[in-house]
Design a binder for this molecule. Structure first.
Ligand SMILES: [Zn+2]
Ligand SMILES: [Zn+2]
Length: 327
C-alpha cells in the first residue's frame, strides 16, 4: 500500500527523457542520494514530525489535555484512515467493491486530508506496486531496504514520474478527477482548517491551537506512518500462509495499526477480494465497515475469492514449504 504527499503530482520532464543509467543517483558518505531530494515532500514529512515532537508537548505543558482534543484526534484519525484503507486502497485501487457517491465523496475528501496525494496518483503507484512487487519498478520496493520502502521512496526521487497509464478507469470518474485537481486545497482545508475552527468553538484560541497541533499535525504524522508500515513492515514481519512468491506477510500485530491491512500476504495473493483478513477471527475493521455499508445499500458487488480456492492456495503453499525443507 502506498502513500505520497503533496508534490508528487508535479511532472519531471527532464527525468522522463533521461536514460536509466543517468537516473542512478550519486551517493554521499551517508549512502543517501542527496542530489535527488524531493524537497517539498521531504520538508512536509520532516516539518510535521518536528512540529509534533515539539509543539504538542509544549501545548500539553501549558494547556493540558481535555476529552474534546482526544475525541477530535480520534474522529479525524479514523475518518482519514478508513478513507485510505476502504477508499483509496480497496475501492479505487482494486475495485474490490462498488460504492455509492456519498461514500466515494467522503473517502476522497478525508483521504485527501491524510496528505497521501490524490487517489489517482496513489492508485497508480499502488497498482504498480502489485504488478512489480519486490522489483525495480515497484515504487516502494522492500528489496531496497526497510527505510526505502517506509519513507525513503518519498524523501528521494529515484524514478521518473510515470503517466497515469494504469488508471484509465479512475480517470473516467468525475469525482476522482475533481479530487485530483483540488487535492491540495481539500487537504489543507480539512486538515488545518476544520480542526482549529471546531477547537475555537469549543475553547477559544487555546482550543484552536490544540486542535491544529493534535487533530491536525500530529494526526497526519501518526496516520502516515501507519500507512507506511504496510509498505515496510507488512513486507518484513509475519507469516506467509498463502504464497512465498513475494515478500508480503500476514500479521495480526500490524493489522491493529493499519485498519486491518496487516494481512498483506493474503492481499497480494488475492488483491481483488474486499477482505484482507479473510478468516472470521481476523481483525479487519475495514472489511467489517464495507460489509455493514453493503447492508445499508451504500456499497455493493463485494468481491470474494471462493473458500475452496483460498484453502487450496494454503494447501499448495504448505506442500511447497515441506518439499523445500525435505530437498
Ligand atoms: Zn493493494
Ligand atoms: Zn504490498
Amino acid at each position: 500500500m502506498k502513500g505520497t504527499t503533496l508534490e508528487d503530482t508535479v511532472s519531471c520532464s527532464n527525468l522522463k527523457s533521461a536514460t536509466p543509467s543517468s537516473l542512478r543517483p550519486r551517493r554521499s558518505i551517508l549512502r543517501l542520494p542527496l542530489d535527488r531530494i524531493n524537497w517539498i515532500t521531504s520538508s512536509f514529512l520532516i516539518g510535521t514530525l518536528a512540529l509534533t515532537l515539539t509543539g504538542v508537548p509544549f501545548y500539553l505543558y501549558h494547556f493540558g489535555l481535555d476529552w474534546f482534543q482526544v475525541g477530535l484526534f480520534l474522529v479525524m484519525f479514523f475518518a482519514c484512515g478508513f478513507s485510505v484503507s476502504l477508499g483509496y486502497h480497496r475501492l479505487f485501487s482494486h475495485i474490490a467493491f462498488r460504492a455509492s457517491w456519498p461514500i466515494r465523496l467522503f473517502t476522497l475528501i478525508f483521504g485527501a486530508a491524510a496528505f497521501e496525494n490524490s487517489v489517482l496518483m496513489w492508485a497508480s503507484e499502488h497498482r504498480r506496486h502489485h504488478k512489480h512487487v519486490d522489483h525495480d519498478d515497484d515504487p516502494y520496493n522492500i528489496s531496497k531496504g526497510f527505510f526505502h520502502a517506509h519513507i525513503g521512496w518519498l524523501l528521494f526521487k529515484l524514478h521518473p514520474d510515470h503517466p497515469f497509464d494504469n488508471v484509465p478507469d479512475l480517470q473516467r470518474d468525475k469525482l476522482v478527477c475533481w479530487q485530483h485537481r483540488y487535492v491540495q486545497w481539500i487537504a489543507v482545508l480539512v486538515s488545518f482548517g476544520l480542526p482549529p475552527i471546531l477547537g475555537y468553538l469549543w475553547d477559544g484560541w487555546p482550543g484552536a491551537l490544540g486542535a491544529f497541533l493534535i487533530a491536525g499535525v500530529a494526526r497526519i504524522v501518526v496516520l502516515q506512518h501507519c500507512t507506511f508500515l504496510i509498505n515496510s513492515a507488512c513486507h518484513t514481519i509475519g507469516r506467509q500462509p498463502y504464497s512465498t512468491r513475494c515478500s508480503a506477510r500476514d500479521s495480526l500485530f500490524l493489522a491493529f495499526f493499519t485498519f486491518g491491512e496487516g494481512y498483506h500476504n493474503y492481499h497480494h495473493e488475492f488483491q481483488h477480494d474486499y477482505r484482507n483478513g479473510v478468516k472470521p477471527w481476523q481483525v479487519d475493521p475495514t472489511k467489517w465497515i464495507i460489509w455493514t455499508l453493503s447492508k445499508l445499500r451504500l456499497t455493493r458487488d463485494l468481491r470474494r475469492v471462493p473458500k475452496e480456492k483460498i484453502e487450496s492456495a494454503e494447501q499448495e503453499n504448505r506442500e511447497r514449504g515441506s518439499n523445500n525443507r525435505s530437498a
